[in-house]
Design a protein around this ligand. Structure first.
Ligand code: SF4
Length: 883
């Protein structure tokens, strides 16, 4: 095993850390270079990934530049010193609390924070300010799993481990596009199935996602019908004698749950497909049910979770190798936030805010002047309170709610109108930082020092490979600075992340004494050296209680020690709104992360999908006269978005899908959360993010455009979406009406008033093509305008930036000597669609493995392997049809 060496800024030190993106929590080995950059490799010794990385993790080294970083505190737009910024923040919060009470202030934090940061924020709000108005963006991600776990198990406990995926005979993925959202787990599953083809995989998803490439059975369930499906399953288990009476002795509520399940209702599946699934699940002992945002992000999310848990509890298939329910989390430290009390309705270490003994224990441990007496405002309610003026001072840490919250425009307006807004962020310009009175520069991945917890309860270290730039500081230090200026210096007098972690571990020992499952008190005496060397471990870590699985013995964290099955009523199908007849599903794409502040810096990641899009079924598109690649307008009472039409039968009629990643910085009209209503699950408070009712119609575009520039630029037209390229920037454009003077438009767009300009125009066809060059004839920018979506080789045009401009450039197509690689499919090796299709159609590579041998495609992170398989399958189908 490689040992971690010292960090040597400017040298060749080696650092073990953890990827900052999804909840898989992959270990990485970082090697800093002399220029402040870093190379990244999967850590072969980390138990989450054993050396694997996905495209996002592989590209981490391309995202550590300082462009766009917030490097100094700002007060009302002016740079100030830390002391002034912290003192001002402390004074405004103290004044607000003194005048309006502790519940007039709030923190909105993030699953991107490290546990130590979370701990400090939670301690300040709940123990010293005396309110529980601290909630996390993880509320948008997995709060329904937390609520479901607590209802069934008494605690928020994930029972299993990742290795269960590999040991199962049946893996059921519900509302989880694992291939794109948790790619390394998908790789592990793929490898397991290749080694043991008898293993069955079922994907339950209204949409045919990339994950379906691995599935033996895809169930295109009706949206929201998960409770119906698992209620059917519970009935089947009962009727076929597949329940486990011995385990049911440890479970309450079976009869009521079964009685409710008898009214299961419709699933939208064919009787054959439904029967096949029920038989498979009922007859397979080792079954893991993995679920994710498709279950959680729902107005019935908690019920969906409990409908799944009911089936595992009824059969005793829980906490043993290869079996159990498994919630995979979206963010790198969503689990850490759950453990440390980042949610408004929990105390630290899984202690309960409603329990007076728990409150007293936490207050006593902290020697705090107070303790929050009741749960605080959950995310959606918090921003509603901001809008209504009940929250008068708001501190947003490490997240971008002006884009990511439901009804994002309304949330942005509420933040803008709030009396006092502080934003801690690593980036200077986000949709949210623009609304702040005080901006506090935060350290980010590669600079921060702390811990995160992944989806299998494994706590790993994030370690810095370089010092924070400028005046940036780690979040817990910023929080402690404000706390000190509010009069609580002693309680926040930590000198290192190790000290914060040790205090947290000690508090978990108190919690363990009160019966909490979360106890890592073995680490309460950890030294800075021990913290530095800390290896990934699974909690609990306290005396004889060490890691592993939960609940196989039938002991739960409820007052009587029994689990609880819940009667789950099948959710009624919402009536269709004729004015908004489509159901909008939202989610992630393979190569971007959240609002793209980091992944958007990588040209390689932007090459896969460079603009926001709307998947729409071919029959719906034909009915609405929407051509492939045209722009569509998606609208409801909350907002409006313009998106590129992706006509595909991956979505069913009446349903559309759009990604969540684009912002005011990258595609202002592609912000999809402006359309999501702030309807929430009544138990978890999690928003219903996959069920907005919308209308869809063709956008009346007068012109379409494609632009490239060596320098950053910000278009000003009805639609634009900008992305990084290796040579500069590329943008898609469109507008209702064409400007009168395209040359003036181009010069203003690119900020090149003096550049030499070559133009080819055809006014009759509405075609304009312009190249702008410098004094040496090198291409600085180019603009292509057409009445329809611009057809040209984007790779060819983008690659020409900085090169001597050729006459062929304005044709938009490379010559025969330079074939167009097409849109990037394999991000790791930059292999394009056209290159892959050529290899397939010419018979050079007819399997995924052969494509790997021939082109290297799919041989690194493997995230594109489902796409490669789909291209091969499409080619085979075309061959069959032609024969
Ligand atoms: Fe990072 Fe990818 Fe691993 Fe997720 S699967 S932690 S994004 S490398």
């Amino acid at each position: 095993m490689m040992e971690r060496g010292p960090i040597q800024p400017g040298g060749i030190g080696e650092t073990r850390s953890t990827c900052p993106y999804c909840g898989v929590g992959c270990g990485v080995i970082l090697r800093a270079d002399a220029a402040g950059g870093v190379t990244v490799q999967g850590d072969p010794d980390h138990p989450a990934n054993f050396g694997r990385l996905c495209s996002k993790g592989t590209a981490l080294g391309e995202t550590v530049g300082l462009e766009g970083r917030l490097l100094a505190p700002r007060l009302n737009g002016q740079e100030v010193g830390w002391d002034e910024a912290l003192a001002h923040t402390a004074r405004r919060f103290a004044e607000t609390i003194a005048t309006h009470g502790p519940d007039s202030v709030a923190f909105y934090v993030s699953g991107q924070l490290l546990t130590e940061d979370y701990y400090a924020a939670n301690k300040l709000m709940k123990g010293f300010i005396g309110s529980a108005n601290i909630d996390t963006n993880s509320r948008l991600c997995m709060a329904s799993s937390v609520a479901g776990h607590r209802r069934a198990f008494g605690t928020d406990t994930v029972p299993g481990q990742y290795e269960d995926f590999e040991q199962a005979d049946l893996v059921v993925l519900v509302g989880s596009n694992l291939a794109w959202c948790h790619p390394v787990l998908f790789q592990r599953l793929t490898t397991a199935k290749e080694a043991r083809p008898a293993m069955k995989i079922v994907v339950i998803d209204p949409r045919r996602t990339a994950t379906c490439a691995l599935a033996d059975l895809h169930l295109p369930i009706a949206p929201g019908a998960d409770t119906a499906l698992f209620n059917h399953l519970l009935c089947t288990l009962a009727d076929q004698g597949r329940t486990d009476p011995a385990f049911l002795a440890h479970v309450n509520g079976y009869d009521a749950a079964l009685a409710a399940a008898r009214n299961a209702g419709e699933t939208g599946l064919s009787p054959e497909a439904l029967a096949e699934f029920l038989a498979l699940w009922a007859q397979t002992e080792r079954v893991v049910t993995i679920y994710s945002q498709g279950v959680n992000q729902s107005a019935q999310g908690t019920d969906k979770v409990n409908a799944i848990l009911n089936c595992h509890l009824a059969t005793g298939r829980i906490g043993r190798p290869g079996m159990g329910p498994f919630s995979v989390t979206g963010q790198p430290n969503a689990m850490g936030g759950r453990e440390v009390g980042g949610l408004a309705n929990m105390l630290a270490c899984h202690l309960e805010i409603e329990n007076p003994d728990h409150r007293a224990a936490v207050q006593g441990f902290w020697a705090a002047p107070t303790i929050a007496p009741r749960p605080g405002l959950k995310a959606v309610d918090m921003f509603r309170a901001v809008e209504e003026g009940r929250i008068k001072a708001l501190w947003i840490m490490c997240t971008n709610p002006a884009v990511s919250m439901p009804e994002a425009d309304r949330v942005a307006a509420a933040i803008r109108a709030c009396d006092f807004v502080v934003v801690s962020d690593c980036m200077a310009e986000t949709d949210t930082t623009r609304l702040a009175h005080v901006l506090l520069p935060a350290a980010t991945w590669g600079e921060r020092d702390g811990t995160v917890t992944n989806s299998e309860r494994r706590i790993s270290r994030q370690r810095p490979f370089r010092p924070a730039p400028g005046q940036a500081r780690q979040d817990w230090r910023i929080i402690a600075g404000v706390a000190a200026r509010m009069g609580w210096a002693e309680a926040f007098n930590w000198h290192s992340s190790a000290e914060v972690f040790a205090e947290y571990a000690a508090l978990s020992g108190v919690a363990g004494g009160l019966g909490s499952d979360f106890d890592i008190s073995d680490h309460a005496q950890i030294t800075p050296q021990g913290y530095d060397a800390l290896k990934p471990f699974v909690w609990p870590a306290a005396g004889a209680r060490q890691g592993g699985r939960f609940f196989a013995a039938g002991t739960f964290h409820t007052p009587d020690g029994k689990a609880r099955m819940l009667p789950i009523a099948t959710a009624p199908v919402a009536p269709r709104d004729p004015a908004h007849p489509f159901r909008l599903n939202t989610g992630r794409i393979r190569d971007q992360w959240h609002t793209m502040t980091r992944t958007g810096l990588s040209a390689r990641l932007g090459a896969h999908i460079a603009e926001p899009f709307l998947e729409i079924n071919p029959q719906d598109a034909a009915r609405l006269s929407i051509a492939p690649a045209a722009l569509v307008q998606v609208e409801n009472a909350h907002g409006r978005a313009l998106l590129r039409a992706l006509v595909t039968d991956r979505v069913q009629q009446g349903q559309v899908f759009a990604p969540i990643h684009w912002t005011g910085e990258t595609a202002p009209s592609g912000r999809i959360d402006v359309l999501v209503p702030s309807v929430t699950d009544p138990v978890s408070g999690q928003p219903d993010s996959k069920a907005a009712a919308v209308s869809v119609r063709a956008f009346d575009a007068g012109w379409y455009g494609f632009a490239v520039s060596a320098q950053a630029f910000r278009p000003d037209c009805d639609y634009w979406a900008i992305a990084r390229a290796e040579t500069g920037y590329r943008a898609e454009l469109a507008g209702h009406s064409a400007p009168e003077d395209w040359e003036a438009f181009a010069r203003t767009l690119f900020g090149l008033p003096q550049a030499a300009l070559t133009a080819v125009t055809d006014p009759r066809r509405g075609v304009v093509r312009m190249a702008l060059t410098d004094a040496e004839g090198r291409l600085q920018a180019a603009l292509f305008i057409a009445p329809d979506p611009v057809a040209l080789s984007r790779g060819f045009v983008t690659a020409a930036l900085g090169e001597a401009a050729e006459a062929a450039l304005l044709s938009g197509q490379p010559g025969a000597n330079r074939p167009d690689a097409g849109a990037t499919i394999c991000a790791c090796f930059g292999v394009g669609l056209n290159t892959i299709v050529s290899a397939i159609t010419e018979g050079r590579a007819l399997t995924v493995a052969a494509l790997g041998q021939s082109l290297r495609a799919g041989t690194n992170c493997g995230a594109c392997r489902p796409d490669l398989a789909a291209l091969i399958a499409r080619h085979r189908q075309q061959d069959t049809e032609a024969a």
